[in-house]
Design a protein around this ligand. Structure first.
Ligand SMILES: Cc1cc2nc3c(=O)[nH]c(=O)nc-3n(C[C@H](O)[C@H](O)[C@H](O)COP(=O)(O)OP(=O)(O)OC[C@H]3O[C@@H](n4cnc5c(N)ncnc54)[C@H](O)[C@@H]3O)c2cc1C
Length: 495
């Protein structure tokens, strides 16, 4: 197996996009086959080795940054199959964990299929998107990654291979999972006993619900229960046509009415993505895109799947909804072909680049939220974000997945004092979102950065439940220690 321990090879594995600086490791293993990966874990106890699993480093929560553990890089496990049709409207593809999401999306498109999960950043490994149950704009229609995974090949902490298809192992009425491993060992343990929030997206802590599939426990467990080595992904037919548009509004209340109409179950159009840009995001964008109208209080980007036959009707319906909410139709931007849609994609993706550029001149890090609340509480959290930032005179932007009542607030500190104040305010935001029945993380996960806040969400009992599951499957804490569950809860007796 390839192993590297020189500083140049290690450096890249001590970072992701979180700005966590404390990473260190003795070295990095690069398994080139599933058996090599399993063998590595199999010998871990004898070798006194613990591991942090590394995808491609686009995570935002420090999950892949080792704190003294060895690193397992997934980059050499990069085999990809071909789509296999199951019917006219369903297919699957088998991929290893280190294949780039972008590679999968491009490959299946060539065969007329579509893999919907699209967590904005395409340079992530598919295994990580499963370990993190990644989502993104299209989850409004398609849900998060877990909806699109039908089988995983998981390497358990001590090296056993668990080839698990959906439907094979479900929690019984008492929450008990029972499964025989190929080695003859029996797995018998209960799902974590707690309620998950009623948000449409949720990615904080182990998945747990009545009758759940064991596959769903591993999806979103952030590499703490096993290493995803391979998976079968469900594909749907590639939509024949897409309508993309960016709709500006002079008044924020009219924008919110537009979103409510789009989300009406009875609406004759159902976008796959509904995304929000607040007035401050538009101000940043206007510096590079002079066509952004100065008097707009916000904009909605939406993406709608259609067909050439239906396109005109869908556009009429869309214009009707825009008119009824006083959208700034003349200034709005329609993209009906690939080139124009690519220009619109560049526009949307320019926001983080412009903001990061601005921030680097202030020499400070942003404070960003990933909370979501149930639909009924959305406006309360939005107003709380805005009022709190306005009172303090902060520079901030709010943008993101309004279809799922999930917006990212980024506070952009101009100096150390503002950074410290914004960090304290972040805790207030977490408390508010949780009090409104929300989740600490809708998509980015907990990693190493948010474990202390997770205790606020699940309380001690809930965290102990997670620790019990973790210690059943990984009793020697070999995998991704420090992620998700505060270490103090793992070091106390839970059985
Ligand atoms: C600009 C930007 C936008 C983003 N937008 C979104 C978004 O809209 N939605 C969203 O959900 N995310 C988003 N993300 C976050 C990120 O892209 C996802 O979390 C992605 O899944 C990380 O993939 P990666 O390969 O880079 O993983 P890494 O950062 O390398 O690792 C992430 C975590 O996964 C674990 N892991 C990696 N591989 C495995 C494996 N095979 N088995 C078990 N555990 C493993 C690691 O230990 C770590 O804890 C965004 C990130 C950026 C930079």
């Amino acid at each position: 197996m390839i192993y590297k321990d020189d500083p140049d090879s290690i450096r890249g594995f001590l970072e992701d996009t979180s700005n966590l600086k404390s990473g260190h490791t003795p070295g990095v293993f690069f398994p080139e086959s599933v058996d090599e990966l399993a063998g590595l874990l199999n010998h871990a106890i004898g070798e006194h080795q613990r591991f942090t699993i590394a995808g491609n480093g686009t995570g935002t929560t420090g999950g892949r940054i080792p704190q003294g553990e060895y690193v397992i890089s997934m980059q050499k496990l990069d085999r990809i199959g071909e789509p296999v049709a199951l019917s006219a409207d369903r297919a699957f593809i088998t991929v290893q964990a280190g294949v780039l999401l972008e590679t999968i999306q491009k490959k299946v498109e060539q065969f007329g299929w579509f893999y919907p999960p699209d967590p904005t950043e395409k340079l992530c490994f598919i295994g990580s998107t499963i370990a993190n149950n990644s989502s993104g704009a299209r989850s409004f229609k398609y849900g998060a990654t877990r909806n699109h995974v039908t089988r995983i090949l998981l390497i358990l902490a001590q090296g056993e291979q668990l080839n698990l298809s959906r439907g094979v192992c479900r929690a019984d009425k008492d929450g008990l999972f029972s499964l025989s491993l190929p080695s003859g060992r029996e797995l018998n343990f209960k799902r974590a006993a707690y309620q998950m929030p009623e948000t449409s997206k949720h990615n904080a802590g182990y998945f747990s619900e009545e009758g759940m599939d064991l596959v769903d426990l591993f999806i979103g467990s952030e590499g703490t229960l096993g290493v995803i080595a391979e998976a079968d992904l469900l594909l749907t037919p590639l939509p024949p046509a897409i309508i993309s548009c960016l709709v500006y509004f002079g008044k924020i209340d009219e924008l919110f009415s537009f979103v409510s109409l789009l989300k009406e179950p009875a609406s004759s159009i159902r976008p796959r993505a509904i995304e929000f840009f607040d007035i401050h995001s538009l101000e940043f964008l206007a510096a590079r895109y002079p066509d952004v109208p100065a008097r707009s209080e916000g904009a909605i980007f939406l993406e709608l799947e259609t067909t050439p036959e239906r396109e005109e009707n869908d556009l009429d319906t869309l214009f009707g909804l825009m008119e009824s909410c006083n959208a700034m139709s003349d200034e709005s931007w329609m993209a009906l072909d690939r080139d124009e849609q690519e220009r619109m994609r560049e526009f949307r993706h320019a926001l983080p680049l412009i903001v990061n550029d601005w921030l680097s001149r202030q020499h400070e890090s942003k404070i960003s939220t990933d909370m979501a609340v149930p639909e009924r509480a959305f406006r309360k959290l939005f107003d709380f974000y805005c009022n709190s930032c306005e009172q303090r005179g902060f520079v901030y932007i709010i943008f993101g997945h309004i279809g799922d009542a999930h917006l990212h607030l980024n506070i952009l500190p101009r100096n150390r004092e503002e950074f410290i104040e914004a960090k304290a305010l972040y805790r207030t935001f977490v408390d508010k979102a949780l009090a409104l029945g929300g989740t600490l993380s809708a998509e980015h996960g907990i990693g190493k950065l948010k474990t202390e806040y997770l205790v606020g969400m699940y309380h001690e009992d809930g965290i102990r439940e997670m620790a019990r599951v973790k210690k059943y499957l990984d009793p020697f804490l070999l995998l991704n220690r420090g992620n998700l569950i505060p270490v103090a809860y793992l070091e106390t007796q839970t059985h």
